[in-house]
Design a protein around this ligand. Sequence first.
Ligand SMILES: [Cu+2]
Length: 501
Amino acid sequence: MNSKFWISSLFLSAIIIGGCSSGNTRSESESESNHAMDHSDMDHEKMMEEMEGMDGHMSHINPIALNDSTGENELAIPPLLEQKNGIYHIAAQLGTTEIFKSVQTETYGYNGSFLGPVIRVNKGDTVTFKTSNELSEPTTFHWHGLEIPGEGDGGPHHLIQPGKSKDVIFTVNQEASTLWFHPHPEGATAEQVYKGLAGLIYVEDENSKSLALPNDYGVNDFPLVFQDRQFDDKKQLNYKAVLNEDGTIGDTLLVNGTLNPKLTVGKEKVRLRLLNGSNARNYTFQLNTGDSFQQIATDGGFLNEPIAISEITLTPGERAEVIVDFSKFNAENDISLVNEAGNILLPFKIGEHKTRETTKSLENLNDFAVTDEERNLPVSKRLELFGMGMHVTINDKQFDMNRIDFTQKQGETETWEIYNKPDAMGGMIHPFHIHGTQFKIVSIDGKEPSASLHGWKDTIAIEAGQTVKLAVKFNNKGIYMFHCHVLEHEENGMMGQVEVN
Ligand SMILES: [Cu+2]
């Protein structure tokens, strides 16, 4: 299609609907669209100039639809990596992987050719992550969601050269949660993740072990890493060829690296730990039948009690844990996890087996609360996210490794106010992530967040025009990144640094 025509019609539709569109937007309220238009005049010319040169690449919408999973392959379950005398070995490696039948695709992985293991740690344990770089390029090991001293965080300052190793020693000091890890080298994060560097971290504690939750790994408790990819004619991952400055998306979904996956489950309650590990695509997860399921956890811990929902949106970097009760379905039912467009992400095959009795109710999972003190704290850090493509900024600045943008005292809670300033196109969702902390969402546009967000978070989807207030506390010292988790926005400079001392 003629790109200018496509872009101008897109612009026109942006005016008509007054916001970013279907695939990448959670809601379009009228106030939002009016707000977006207030800003459009001054930015209009600059944006139109940019769009002329953009070669049809725009991800204000998700222009590439996902293929349905045919369900022909059983979902891969990553190996569990447990400690041996407190030590975990984690190596970034090059390899080839048979994603498509009889085709070898060049990939990256941790302790293997593609993706990584699930690293399981226990609260209170002092552990050593022995990391090594067996790639032919520098990388880092970043632990997304982990409260860890800055020097072990694996941000862009912590490059490990090929053939080199680094030990990261720390004490696990946060509650049970599903975290993840991935590289974070400046300029190569998006490509390295795209090629397969990502894995999960499970934090367990006394609470998670005593609750009546499904917790048999790979039996009734499943990790699900969602990543969309665009393969070339030779079924290779040619990142530079498909790179989109506003977020690289593809037509092919891999779940745990499996193409066309299906998951065989018992006739029982099953726990799904969802990670949006994509570079840029958002997913609104639903059951094809419209049935509800229960959300039990956010990024950094359990909700206070399970909540019944019929859909949940995760932007890149975000996690949620949900429980689907398959005891009400049987083998004849055609049950799948689908996205907002109805694309089949993961079909389920329901067996007759049962792992355990599921009569125990699930209540009192946690005691999370936003206190009055946190609610009434004045704003001490203001951030404005703005722009698109190569021109994304935070407070009008692009990332500079030699600039500290903010400082904060260890153990002190501050209120961060983050505004996603719309552009002439309406703008897009920026998933905002802070390293080294789990924060609380105090408000979104002055209102209480939904029950789904009433828990510990490290990444929050901020829609165009929205202002969020977060209560942020760092329990460790060091330099931490904060950034948009659309990996191409991060690469393009939508990132800053806070020094905690
Ligand atoms: Cu962004």
